[in-house]
Design a protein around this ligand. Structure first.
Ligand code: AMP
Length: 567
């Protein structure tokens, strides 16, 4: 092998977490992308394969490979408690620091540094970091997890503690997205970026992609079935002329189904269904298994699970009845039957199809999936003008669906991308997906529940900043509220007024509707929603998926006209 090793012939030594932290600090200190990738690249080059895989994953903000469904389930509350046990600072001492520093990792750095428990010599390796993460994922119960983490934090140096905590919190917040890690890998091992990105997508592991990049082994990667791939996303269309401007002369129009996005993997007799958050949800939909298993060939299908009675699509609220349940009995299955509507095909009969055009993918899909039944094809109609979309929108609503999806027939399947090759035309009222940042106890019947939510949009597609935009009294069911109240208590960042008001980890995504958006000094976003109402919890969405300030601005600019054909 011609690879340059740091010292002639010898395998590089085990990488230290301390050094990972130092590189991360340097990356955080510059805003220039080229500098960030250069720093990362020169670090990567000096690591052995196992550490390269770990470092690439950790820099991308993942605790495990993305295709690995394990999680540590360590939230802010375990982190605070463990930090408190490890350093002797009370949780009340920690809270104001968290607010001042705005980051759990920074807080950890500060308190470990100030703690008087002897010398903390950096000693942890990336391999030990990995085994800690694995043990945390295997340890049951908050107390046990807290004790394990506290022991490690007690011995950690301030910088080690900082990056351990950031990693466990799920985000390093050093201005590095997975795309930049791919870029760094491509540059430092002199491989084309698209090859690295493609390998990462197929493997579902930036770590292994990095090692293969070094070995020049990026081609001929087989699609790994039963490892979910990120979903391609759509951009909201402002109005019909926006569609006319964006789409080619001929474009495809489908109903926008209001259900759960799902990716079904089928090989031989095995079937798995994954959600948009990459969780396996097969057990929740037993009636889909047989129809998927009996498809004529191995496939990866992208589609939507919706409640339906025969041909009739039922409202999303019906599906909600099934979502909270652990076991799906016969009664529930007959009360709320579901179907899967297939609208895309990522793999069939040994062939990866994501780099084929939508037209080609659909042509194959149409041969494999029937027009009716429990797993059925979504109908795609070809349009050459936008004027008839008004009528089509109304018809889609009449069929029980949310609106329309408009797709460019030439579009490739771009995992994880929100492009303009897929546009969505939504419901007759404007809605925003937002993330809950603070909660408050309600009144009357709800005085024991955390039922009033303050929520935020993101500063921009690229930014991690969250900007509050409104506050709403929850329109959720009592069961949902009770469950969320527990969640918010376990994921509180800071309490005020004896726990009646809490800043919480920004993880819960909700869909809100409102009468209009207006400029306002009250919230950090500079806007406020008038009469917001919560429509539903979007368990299928992550905080990265919430709407941005840009969408809000566009709503204001279009005079608050919602993005529908009819509106
Ligand atoms: P939204 O959830 O509002 O961001 O809209 C995007 C979502 O629409 C996707 O993630 C899918 O779950 C859903 N969707 C419904 N019908 C379709 C369709 N025919 N093609 C693609 N996505 C669809």
């Amino acid at each position: 092998m011609s690879r340059k090793a740091p010292s002639e012939g010898a395998e590089p030594p085990a990488a230290a977490l301390q050094q990972f932290g130092e590189v991360a600090e340097a990356i955080s200190a510059t805003t220039k992308k080229l500098e960030k990738t250069a720093l990362l690249g020169s670090y990567f080059k000096g690591l052995n394969d196992a550490d390269l895989a770990r470092a690439a994953r950790y820099f991308a903000g993942h605790q495990f490979a993305q295709s690995d469904s394990r999680t540590t389930n360590v939230g802010g509350s375990i982190i605070s408690e463990a930090l408190s046990e490890a350093t002797g600072f009370s949780r009340n001492d920690l809270a104001p620091r968290y607010v001042r520093l705005g980051d759990a990792g920074e807080t950890a750095y500060e308190v470990v540094k100030e703690a008087k428990h002897g010398i903390q010599v950096p000693a942890m390796t990336l391999a030990e970091t990995e085994s800690l993460i694995t043990r945390l994922s295997e340890t049951r119960g908050t107390r046990n997890k807290t004790a394990l983490l506290a022991t490690v934090l007690h011995q950690a140096s301030p910088l080690e503690a900082k990056y351990l905590v950031k990693l466990l919190a799920g985000d390093l917040r050093i201005g590095l997205k997975e795309g930049l890690v791919e870029d760094a890998v491509a540059r430092c091992f002199a491989r084309p970026l698209p090859d690295v990105a493609h390998a990462n997508m197929l493997l579902g592991d930036i770590g292994e992609a990095a090692v293969r990049a070094r070995k020049s082994d990026l081609r001929n990667i087989e699609m790994r079935l039963f490892h979910p791939i990120k979903f391609m996303l759509a951009t909201p269309a402002v109005d019909l002329s926006d569609i006319a401007r964006t789409m080619p002369a001929e474009f495809l129009v489908e109903d926008k189904f209001d259900g759960i996005r799902a990716q079904a993997h089928v090989k031989d007799t095995r079937v798995s269904i994954y959600s948009r958050t990459m969780d396996e949800i097969t057990h929740r939909f037993p009636e889909l298994i047989e129809p998927l298993r009996t498809l004529p060939t191995d496939v990866v299908i992208d589609g939507e699970i919706v409640p339906a009675q025969g041909e009739r699509i039922l409202p999303f609220s019906e599906l909600q009845k099934r979502l909270g349940r652990k076991t799906i009995g016969k009664d529930l299955m007959s009360e709320v039957p579901v179907i899967m509507v297939a609208y895309d095909l990522l793999y069939a009969a040994g062939r990866v199809l994501i780099n084929e055009s939508l037209e080609e993918r659909r042509a194959i899909l149409e041969r494999l999936v029937p027009n009716q039944g429990t797993v059925r094809l979504s109908i795609a109609k070809e349009f050459t003008e936008v004027a008839p979309l008004d009528d089509e929108f109304t018809k889609a609503r009449g069929r029980g669906n949310e609106g329309l999806m408009i797709k460019s027939p030439a579009s490739l399947y771009k995992p994880g991308r929100r492009g303009r090759e897929w546009l969505k035309l939504k419901r007759a009222i404007a809605t925003l997906d937002v993330v809950v940042t603070a909660v408050e106890v309600g009144h009357g019947k709800r005085r024991h529940l955390l039922s009033d939510y303050t929520f935020a949009v993101r500063g921009s597609e690229q930014s991690e900043e969250l900007l509050n935009i409104g506050k709403a009294y929850s329109g959720l069911t009592d069961v949902e509220l009770a469950e969320l109240t527990e969640w918010f208590k376990a994921h509180t960042l800071q309490e005020f007024r004896h726990g009646r008001v809490r800043l919480v980890e920004p993880k819960i995504v909700i869909e809100v509707t409102f009468d209009r958006v207006q400029e306002s000094k009250r919230h950090k976003s500079g806007y406020a929603l008038r009469f917001p109402r919560i429509l539903r919890v979007r368990t299928d969405k992550n905080p990265e998926d919430v709407d941005t300030l840009e969408t809000v601005r566009r709503l204001v600019a279009s005079n608050n006209t919602p993005s529908t054909a009819s509106g």
